[in-house]
Design a protein around this ligand. Structure first.
Ligand code: DGL
Length: 263
């Protein structure tokens, strides 16, 4: 079981930002990645629809013999992680949510901005996060429709993308935010552009590395950390495999076999 793979999924390519952190921290682990690109964006879908996609993914990874599951998607986590944990109580499942706690600890201006999908920002889970960790800071939230679609097309710095992003960060800066949470796994790919766009004192916080550490803890507790050599990462997509193959070298350090996932 130690050498079994870990299943990682997202609505699209965003989860590759988390996959990279997992690979960096746990280089012996064999990884399986599914992009549900045929149903993207999750950010504008109903929680019921996303929960149903989460169970399809979980079922698929169970069939592949995955020893753990990572929801490399904030929107899928807020909608679906509770049901998955109920349905698979013995399976290590790691979800992710916007990094409100570290951002509240880091801000010096007392104002934190959150860029995330509409679904994440409207969820009860996000409201609970704010109640718990953001009592002493002001939090400005900003949904970002359209960003995910551009990133999925491989666009990380066009003029159109810059204009859209500028419009999303401006209200945060105007409110005095000095710490911005990247609350969607697609957004870390925009860090180079954001760094050029933002004043130097603004910090960007995302959760990929923390998710990798949580996965490591869960596997260690169960004596499930791999000890052998990792097999090549395998990719599936519910969109056109060609599209994923084209974007993979832009967002991922190696190429890989991409298969069609049509469930
Ligand atoms: N990558 C996803 C997240 O972390 C959502 C993207 C989408 O809207 O599908 O929230």
């Amino acid at each position: 079981m130690r050498e079994a793979p870990i299943g990682v999924f997202d609505s699209g390519v965003g989860g590759l930002s988390v996959l990279a952190e997992i690979q960096r921290l746990l280089p012996n682990e064999s990884l399986l990645y599914v992009s549900d690109g045929g149903h993207i964006p999750y950010g504008e879908k109903t929680p019921a629809f996303i929960r149903q996609r989460c169970s399809v993914m979980a079922e698929f990874f169970q069939q592949q013999g995955a020893k753990a599951l990572v929801l490399a998607c904030n929107t899928a986590t807020v909608a679906g992680v509770a049901d998955l944990r109920r349905d698979y109580p013995d399976w290590p499942i790691v979800g992710m949510e916007p990094a409100v706690k570290p951002a509240a600890a880091a801000t010096r201006s007392g104002v934190v901005g959150v860029l995330a999908t509409t679904g994440t920002l409207q969820s009860a889970k996000f409201a609970a996060l704010l109640d718990r960790f953001a009592t002493d800071v002001r939090v400005i939230t900003q949904p970002c429709p359209g960003l995910v679609e551009l990133i999925e097309s491989g666009d990380l710095h066009s003029a159109a993308l810059s204009t859209l992003l500028q419009g999303y960060v401006e209200p945060l800066l105007a409110a005095g935010a000095d710490t911005i949470i990247l609350g969607c796994t697609h957004y870390p790919f925009l860090k180079p552009l954001l760094k050029r766009m933002l004043p130097e004192h603004i910090s960007l916080i995302d959760t990929g590395a923390a998710v990798a550490r949580q996965l490591q803890r869960l596997l260690a507790e169960r004596e499930l950390l791999a000890e052998g050599v990792a097999r090549d990462t395998q990719f599936w997509t519910s969109a056109q495999p060609e599209q994923f193959r084209n974007i993979l070298p832009i967002l991922w350090n190696t190429s890989g076999v991409v298969r069609s996932f049509d469930l």
